[in-house]
Design a protein around this ligand. Structure first.
Ligand code: ADP
Length: 390
């Protein structure tokens, strides 16, 4: 097993983060309490992580030279997002740079076709799917015949927050979308969802895993708007099945750090939607709501430090994402049961500006507190009950 070389117990582990977005910003906050020092490779001077990580390099996350410059300053590299150059990271890894998670594992997040094909080959539950390249791919017609109902088309790579996900209303529209996408696309059955959930686990380099509790997630327009602990409408057996599924995936793909598994809850049980190999939006509640946040545990895993307990700190926790409202509005203040996280991004209607987390003893007042703070700041058009994508 590769280990980070520690010159002595006092020396902190130097971690380089590729990407300077809000996840890197929050890793910077978590690093204060840990024996780690952070450097970041950000695409722009304006990126959020500038506020919390002083050692700030500017360069494209896909540029091999910029990645090599980051690698030269640190003991281990990790990621803020997966729109990176996996080949360049794999080349660094093969020359001895520690990259955690491994680029081969990140591919399960960056390439939906690879993820679906590998999970299906392992017998793990995913929607019925096909992988096609171009509108005249001979696999397309047989898949649509067999699907016998509406489908979803997804660009295999490059999509996020609903971008690259399409809900065509006719067979001709499917062909047009696949043709326009140009590259590899995943086509899958359009499911009648009973709900959506997320299961986060954190795996260290020795293979030990901590498991956060399952949470419910609600989307509007392809973007997650609300996350609730405990997951609603899920009994203990189903929650245990989700946790076991995430742990199995973590071991199979040799994840290091956070693995977030986005799940569809259907009449056939859990189906895996997406994987993320980094702190994830559905885990932001852990900053106030768990004994160890996902950010601290990600850094701990990447640095080879012991993982902390994922135990919740309150009976009910709601996280609401704040998207820019019709005009720029200052963020409300945090309170004893309310955490307000401003990503320091310039305002634009619909842009993800931050999030709020409320903790409490009862479900309804906790949700009301979170939505009240979020609406005072932005998010006016986005409501969880607009969650149907069709
Ligand atoms: P992204 O990569 O942009 O996050 P996802 O694949 O997670 O996109 O899809 C975004 C949302 O679209 C999901 O959270 C879900 O609400 C809906 N969705 C995606 N795939 C399906 C499907 N096969 N059936 C029904 N709804 C889906």
């Amino acid at each position: 097993m590769l280990t980070v070389s520690r010159r002595d117990r006092e020396t902190s582990v130097r971690i380089g983060i590729v990407g300077g977005g809000q996840l890197a910003l929050m890793m910077g906050e978590a690093a204060h309490d840990l024996p780690v020092t952070l450097s970041v490779l950000a695409a722009s001077e304006e990126d959020p992580a500038r506020r919390t990580i002083p050692d700030f390099l500017v360069g494209a996350p896909t540029d091999p030279e910029a990645l090599a410059a980051l690698a030269a300053r640190v003991d281990v590299i990790t990621l803020d997002h997966e729109l990176v150059n996996l080949e360049a990271l794999a080349a660094l890894e093969s020359h001895g740079t520690l990259v955690r998670p491994h680029p081969a594992a990140v591919r399960f997040a960056a390439d939906k076709a690879h993820q679906r094909q590998a999970l299906a080959a392992w017998g793990l539950p995913v929607p019925r799917f096909g992988v096609v390249t171009g509108g005249d791919d001979p696999e397309l017609a047989p898949f649509l015949d067999a699907a016998d109902g509406p489908v979803v088309v997804k660009a295999a790579t490059g999509g996020y927050d609903g971008r690259g996900v399409f809900f065509p209303d006719s067979r001709a529209a499917v062909t047009d979308i696949v043709r326009d996408l140009g590259g590899v696309a995943v086509i899958e059955e359009r499911l009648a969802l009973l709900g959506e959930a997320a299961q986060i686990v954190v795996r260290d380099p020795a293979g030990d895993v901590v498991t956060y509790p399952l949470v419910s997630t609600y989307q509007a327009g392809g973007t997650c708007v609300e996350v609730d602990y405990p997951a609603r409408g899920v009994d203990a057996a189903a929650a245990a099945a989700a946790a076991a599924l995430a742990r199995e995936i973590a071991h199979r793909i040799d994840a290091i750090g956070v693995l977030a598994v986005e799940l569809f809850w259907t009449e056939r049980g859990w189906l895996v939607n997406e994987l993320a190999l980094r702190p994830h939006n559905t885990g932001h509640w852990t900053i106030e709501g768990a004994r160890t946040s996902q950010f601290a545990n990600h850094l701990r895993a990447v640095a080879g430090l012991p993982l902390g307990p994922p135990t919740p700190t309150a009976p009910h926790i709601t996280m609401v994402n704040v998207l820019g409202g019709p005009r720029a509005t200052p963020a409300p203040a945090s309170g004893p049961h309310l955490g307000v996280h401003d990503y320091a991004k310039s305002w634009r209607p619909g842009r993800k500006l931050g999030h709020v987390t409320a903790t409490g003893a009862e479900e309804t007042p906790t949700r009301v507190a979170a939505w009240g703070a979020a609406r005072a700041w932005g998010t006016r058009e986005e409501e969880p009950w607009h969650s149907s994508p069709s």
